[in-house]
Write a protein of this length. Structure first.
Length: 384
């Protein structure tokens, strides 16, 4: 008889009462189906420093049959084993916020191992939006290239709550056929908390009992790119002082030679005078003012740049008068020389700047309960 598998997790500190702990392990399910009465039990024990058992718990779950054996009633809940993993092919991944153009995604192949008549739903990650005008968009297809049959009944889905693309009437799928579809959607401006799409074949609004939701699969979505971890730092915020201004950001998309960075100041930079550093190995630097007066710092790379963190120092002179704190916009572009008509590499990030203030004429120490909220930066109003 084989010994049961055992995993030991060693903690570097004592277990605290009332605190929840979690860990993950990779397992491979058995090849044979078990029943609800023949559950494979998992036992969790806590041990002290002498390896003696302190507490113990048990629990289990039945293993699902990898095939439906001719009837979806043999399946419990969702099972990706009986549904081949379709792929997602996106027409473009530029944000709708920037282009105002609807994108599309092709889902192919959808194949079932047994005939069934059942509803279908594709759920997008939060932040994505299915185009409500599915057919009028011009992107809808119920039999894209690579399919052997159109969707049953050439049914058109409906959109609800932005992320649900649903076929509520049962679709009569036939085993051996290859199905697929192309649907319009809007790409979000920022990466979302999750990037997986969920394809379900079943009565998702009803019970999760046997046969009600026989098939389902997670479809890995694309990773959207955006400027992250961006910040700007002033050496001093005193009026009239010459000092250093450092801009740092982390980029997700590699840049080719000729690509680069744009650091655009807000209203608070209209009287901020800056110049490029003395040495810019591998970069060309320029400083200009926009028509509206805001400061624009441009860095163009003469070589390809990998995704990663980059930091640049500029020499600046503060305005001669006090200025309220503003913000900067950091972005990466494939052709920054053409800004503002340049092509974005990563979605830009808006980061807080600093206020320019008059020097104190009288120094007075204030209690901590008053000064704790003194901060020359404005609050962040977007991801960074």
């Amino acid at each position: 008889m084989d010994s049961p598998p055992r995993v030991q997790i060693s903690l570097g500190r004592p277990i605290q009462e009332g605190v929840s702990y979690a860990f993950g392990i990779a397992v491979q399910n058995p090849t044979d189906q078990s029943t609800q009465e023949e559950q494979l039990l998992w036992m969790v024990r806590t041990r002290d420093s002498s390896d003696l058992v302190v507490e113990e718990s048990t629990g289990g779950a039945a293993w699902l049959d990898p095939s439906a054996r001719g009837s979806p009633g043999n399946m419990w809940g969702l099972s990706s084993a009986a549904l081949n993993l379709p792929t997602l092919r996106f027409g473009e991944l530029l944000p709708f916020y920037v282009t105002l153009n609807t994108a599309y995604v092709t889902v192919l192949p959808i194949q079932v191992s047994f005939d069934l008549s059942i509803p279908m739903r594709l759920t997008a990650p939060l932040g994505w939006i299915w185009e409500p005008a599915v057919v009028a968009s011009g992107f809808w297809q119920d039999s894209p290239f690579g399919t052997t049959a159109a969707l049953p009944g050439r049914a058109v889905p409906t959109v609800s709550d932005n992320i649900f693309l649903s076929w509520e009437a049962p679709l009569a799928f036939v085993s051996g056929e290859i199905y697929g579809f192309r649907a319009p959607l809007r790409v979000p401006r920022w990466p979302t908390t999750g990037a997986d799409f969920l394809l379900e074949l079943g009565n998702w609004t009803g019970s999760t009992a046997a046969g009600q939701r026989p098939l389902g699969v997670l479809l890995p979505g694309p990773q959207l790119s955006a400027v992250r971890g961006a910040w700007v730092d002033y050496v001093t915020g005193r009026v009239g002082e010459r000092h250093g201004v450092r801009a740092q950001l982390t980029i997700s998309t590699p840049l080719f030679a000729g690509g680069g960075f744009i650091f655009e100041g807000g209203l608070a930079t209209r009287r901020l005078e800056c110049s490029c550093p003395g040495t810019t190995d591998g970069y060309t630097c320029s400083v200009q003012s926009l028509f509206s007066g805001e400061l624009l710092l441009r860095i163009v790379s003469t070589r390809a740049l990998l995704a990663g963190t980059y930091s640049f120092l500029f020499y600046c002179t503060n305005p001669p008068n006090a200025v309220a704190a503003g913000s900067w916009k950091f972005g990466t572009y494939q052709d920054p020389e053409n800004y503002p008509l340049a092509t974005e590499a990563d979605t830009p990030s808006t980061v807080p700047g600093f206020a320019i203030q008059e020097p104190l004429q009288l120094f007075q120490r204030l209690p901590a309960e008053i000064t704790w909220s003194f901060d020359p930066r404005p609050l962040r109003h977007c991801l960074g």
